[in-house]
Design a protein around this ligand. Structure first.
Ligand code: ATP
Ligand code: MG
Length: 305
């Protein structure tokens, strides 16, 4: 379990993080979504213990990153935004070398290296120098390295960036496996639609502040098209009539929201009028996932002094 607790960070005059709090439970895959410069990488670097926070703490399975950095960082595997390796090493040799840090004897490290590199689609490349690896291959290699000690928590920074569709499908399967094993997984992205189909929950960050935390179900629900209808009256009969056209929820002031409308607004209006109900206004909302993300940002910006 990864708990980010009221974390703040300032770089000179930039308030990169301002009271950031959220948690990733065991068996949960959480997407961390924000625009460029929102604060994702800063949060992640603090969470894995490579950058100290100015305030707050990150608790990994009960261990404080601030007070117990060594223990906390041992139980979280991570892939940085731009993985840097010793380019002159061959992949398997370098993997073996890194595994040595975790106390694995070299034959065991090599065996694990062959297993993981094959699993990550690098079987044919394990004896090639890392300098010859493409961006996507480097990401795959970094993913394999993050799994050396089979940690119970994972944090991936922009791991989908640079992966081809096959690589993205591979990561999705990996996430499914982690979820089944009860691991806590946090991964960042600046594209919400990329996170769809992988994350169970999405944490939205904007200008160093958390502006929303929603289950993927909720996000998809809110992003669906809807008709907002304002009526002259609202009674049982009207509700019954409208329910035939989609998922209905009532709002204040004789307004209803019809999600996933099964008919054109003109058809719905005609039916209402036929049954003697006046229609004052009909608005169609069509939100894509990204529009939903932008609407969160707009709301947050509007709320700022
Ligand atoms: N080492 C640093 N020194 C000064 N400013 C920094 C440093 N690291 C980050 N920042 C600033 O902190 C803010 C958050 O940056 P961060 O890298 O966390 O964003 P991000 O969400 O990861 O963005 P991206 O999607 O572009 O990777 C930005 O304004 C950035 O310029
Ligand atoms: Mg970043």
């Amino acid at each position: 379990m990864i708990e980010i607790v009221n974390v703040s960070k300032v770089f000179g005059r930039v308030r990169a993080l301002d009271g950031v709090s959220f948690a990733v439970r065991n068996g949960e895959v959480v997407g961390y979504v924000g625009l460029n410069g929102a604060g994702k990488t800063t949060t992640i670097r603090i969470a894995v213990g490579v950058l100290p926070p100015d305030g707050g703490d990150v608790i990994i399975d009960g261990y404080s990153v601030v007070r117990d950095k060594k223990k906390a960082s041992r139980i979280v595997g991570w892939v940085p935004e731009l993985p840097i390796f010793e380019a002159e090493f061959k992949a398997l040799d370098y993997f073996t070398y890194l595994a040595g840090y975790y106390g694995l004897p070299s034959y065991e490290a090599r065996r694990l290296g062959v297993e993981l590199l094959e699993k990550f689609g690098l079987g044919d490349a394990m004896n090639r120098k890392l300098s010859t690896f493409s961006q996507g291959m480097k990401k795959r290699f970094a993913l394999a390295v993050s799994m050396i000690n089979n940690p119970p928590n994972f944090i991936f920074d922009e791991v989908l960036n640079g992966l081809d569709p096959q690589g993205i499908a591979f990561f999705r399967d990996l996430a499914v496996g982690f979820r089944k094993q009860g691991k806590a997984v946090l991964f960042s992205s600046h594209i919400l639609s990329e996170v769809e189909g992988i994350a169970d929950r999405v944490v939205f960050i904007h200008k160093g502040r958390i502006i929303g935390v929603h289950s993927m179900e909720e996000v998809k629900h809110m992003a669906r098209p809807a008709l907002e209808i304002t009526l002259t009256k609202l009674d049982e009969n009207v509700l019954k009539l409208l329910e035939r056209f989609g998922e209905l929820s009532t709002m204040s002031g004789n307004r209803v929201l019809l999600r996933d409308p099964r008919a054109d607004s003109s058809v719905v209006v005609a039916e209402l009028v036929k049954s003697g109900v006046g229609v004052l206004e009909v608005r169609r909302e069509e939100k894509s996932l990204e529009e939903f993300f932008f609407s969160l940002i707009k709301r947050a910006e509007g709320g700022e002094p």
